[in-house]
Design a protein. Sequence first.
Length: 85
Amino acid sequence: MARDVYTYLHLPLVAGIILFALGLKGVLSEGSDPATRGWGVPLPGFDLLALYGGVALYGAARAGPDPVVVDRRRRDAARARADRR
């Protein structure tokens, strides 16, 4: 079960990092353009979505069940069942 949890949560972790990097690339390229006006320019919609969405996706995947804890709970439950016999 712990192997499955880690396998399924690995994709959102990597996708969150990639989305954040994509959003950061867009923000930095926009800010480094000499034609861009000063502070206070709103972020483009896709860059904003990628930047915050990547962080939210990574955080949600990190908040998922920890494989070590899942494995420990499963092992403890198996021991408890064995002790009742």
